[in-house]
Write a protein of this length. Sequence first.
Length: 243
Amino acid sequence: MITGASSGIGEAAARLFAAQGAAVVLMARRKDRLHSLAEEIEATGGRALVTAGDVTTAGDVERAVVAAVGTFGRLDAAFNNAGWGSMGTPLHETDDAVFEQIMDVNVRGVWNCLKQQVPVMLGQGAGAIVNTCSTAGSFATGAIAPYVAAKHAVLGLTRAAAAEYGERGIRVNALMVGSTRTELLETAIERTPGLEQAATARAIQHRLADPVEVARTAAWLCSDQASFITGAGVPVDGGCSAV
């Protein structure tokens, strides 16, 4: 199950997971884009199920998980990738509605997913979950303050879930993602001269990540190759957290 699958990291993950043999369950709000992606995956011999919906709505997430199990029989892995943020506005000038939206998508979205995915995996006795966090989950990155707070919360949920369910066969990890060439960031770069340089200045590798580079790490964490890793915030940031 991949949320935020209609673009960016989620879209790249859907293609990659399917190419590696996984049946993918695609969740995002943009139904048309999900269907186009599913058709592309199926045309190359993969298996894909579209479950359009909003991660901030618990019922949408529940329907996606039920559909996944009903179609494929189980839920082995989940990549809770949907998120939203912005740059620049000082905390005291940030509208409450922006705070609420960022917390809703990034924190409640992950919460809703965990609430539905964990019971299925408990019934199976196994499962792997990866939550998309950010370097903003470790330090203030220059992103808007609610986003930094939200990503700290995502890391906290990840560690709490890993501790609660590790003895019952479920691994839960987070990706501490650096600046990545997604649709959201591309739009911000077009509007803000110098943003790309600023976003990559701290990293050792002075460039934006390609979405598939993040997706590869998610795929690894969901696989048995990462069987002894849980509760981790795994940096995929070009060395941003190393300096």
